[in-house]
Every structure is written in structure tokens, then in C-alpha cells.
Design a protein around this ligand. Structure first.
Ligand code: ATP
Ligand code: MG
Length: 195
């Protein structure tokens, strides 16, 4: 079985994430996509605004209407800074029979050599890089061993970010059609991102 991994802060998860995951699933023939919310993102300046429990709840709502999408809480359970290398170890130990494909934005592909302990990561997983129109990635600029592990997949350009959703919520503006409807109702009911 081929499993795609979507990592992110998901503060909150939005339709850009869902379209990315679905594009990767279809193009790479993935059996499932697992969404793994980060506890503390090592590379971001600010801590997530919503709690770990709320971010997981939102991911669970978002994946609930796709039969091949799952929410997985390994990084939240572990706590601390969420390094991919640690998550990959857990995935390998718990599921030695599965093949894992990390789904990453096109802008991230060229930064792969800078990931903490990338050598260990690439021994156990492959990568799916999402090409955006106008942001073509040149795999020949990567070390050949790493380039061989990256498959590029096209997705439409969706200019939605969690930052944009949080700002709309703060201004009490509509996020209808930017996040799935169940999630919009959850955010309103829990007064998320209102300050
Ligand atoms: P923030 O605005 O808080 O940085 P974000 O919208 O970038 O949040 P993250 O949780 O940081 O969301 O992103 C998780 C993953 O999803 C990253 O690999 C990121 O590149 C990808 N991603 C986020 N938004 C989009 C989008 N609109 N289209 C394609 N990929 C996206
Ligand atoms: Mg981001």
C-alpha cells in the first residue's frame, strides 16, 4: 500500500491542503493520505493559535468525507518540536509493510537537502512535490540520489493559506468555500481565531 503523508500546522486546515492531497493521491496512485498535524513547527516563528486538540479536531472534520483520507496524531502525541525524521521512524516502526510518500509544496522541494537528517529520512520515504503553474522545479539542481526520490505532480494554483483564514476570522469575514463547511461551523461555534 502507498500512503501519502500531508504534514502541516493545520491552523486551520483549508481547501488548499485538501486539493493538494487529492491531486497527489490521484496522480501518484496513493491508497491513502494521512494528515499529521505538527505539535510545534520547528521552522515557524509563532506558535499555533488553536490548541493541538482543536487542530486535530479540525483535521478530523475535514477528512471525514473522504474515504481515503485519515487524521493521524503521532506528532501531537509525542509533543515537543515536530521533526520529520522522528515521525518517519515511528511510521516505519509501526507500519513496516507500507510505502510512505511525503507530500510537499513545490517551493519546499529545493530545500529538501536542508531538512534535519535528510539522509535518514530519504532511506525510508519518497517525496511528492506539488508543481504550481509558474513555479516549475528543476530536479537536476538536487543531488541525484535525492532527485530520484522525488515525483512531481501538478495541482491548480490555490492561493489560500491558514494565515489568510485566521485573518478573515479575526475580521469576522466569511470563510465559506475556503474551508469545508463542517469546519467553518466548528470554528464559529468555538469562536476560533476571533482575536
Ligand atoms: P500558514 O499560513 O499558517 O503558514 P499554511 O496555509 O501554509 O499555513 P501549513 O499548515 O503551514 O499551511 O501547510 C502545510 C503544507 O501544505 C505545506 O507543505 C504547504 O506547502 C502546503 N500548502 C498550504 N497551503 C497550500 C496551498 N494553498 N496550495 C498548495 N499547498 C499548500
Ligand atoms: Mg505556510
Amino acid at each position: 500500500m502507498k500512503i501519502g503523508i500531508m504534514g502541516g500546522t493545520f491552523d486551520p486546515i483549508h481547501l488548499g491542503h485538501m486539493i493538494a492531497a487529492e491531486s497527489a493521491r490521484e496522480a501518484a496512485g496513493l491508497d491513502e493520505v494521512w494528515f499529521i498535524p505538527t505539535f510545534i513547527p520547528p521552522h515557524k516563528q509563532n506558535l499555533p493559535q488553536a490548541s493541538a486538540e482543536q487542530r486535530l479536531a479540525m483535521v478530523q472534520l475535514a477528512v471525514s468525507d473522504h474515504p481515503n483520507f485519515r487524521a493521524v496524531d503521532y506528532e501531537l502525541e509525542r509533543g515537543g518540536a515536530s521533526y520529520t525524521v522522528d515521525t518517519v521512524k515511528v511510521l516505519r516502526q509501526l507500519h513496516p509493510e507500507l510505502s510512505f510518500y511525503y507530500i510537499i509544496g513545490a517551493d519546499m522541494v529545493m530545500y529538501l537537502p536542508k531538512w534535519v537528517r535528510i539522509e535518514e529520512i530519504m532511506e525510508s520515504v519518497s517525496f511528492i512535490g506539488l508543481q504550481r503553474p509558474g513555479f516549475e522545479v528543476n530536479l537536476t539542481e538536487l543531488p541525484a540520489k535525492l532527485a530520484a526520490k522525488v515525483q512531481l505532480v501538478e495541482m491548480p494554483l490555490i492561493e489560500i493559506s491558514s494565515t489568510y483564514i485566521r485573518e478573515k476570522m479575526r475580521l469576522r469575514q466569511s470563510v465559506k468555500y475556503l474551508v469545508c463547511e463542517k469546519l467553518r461551523i466548528y470554528m464559529e461555534a468555538n469562536q476560533l481565531y476571533e482575536s
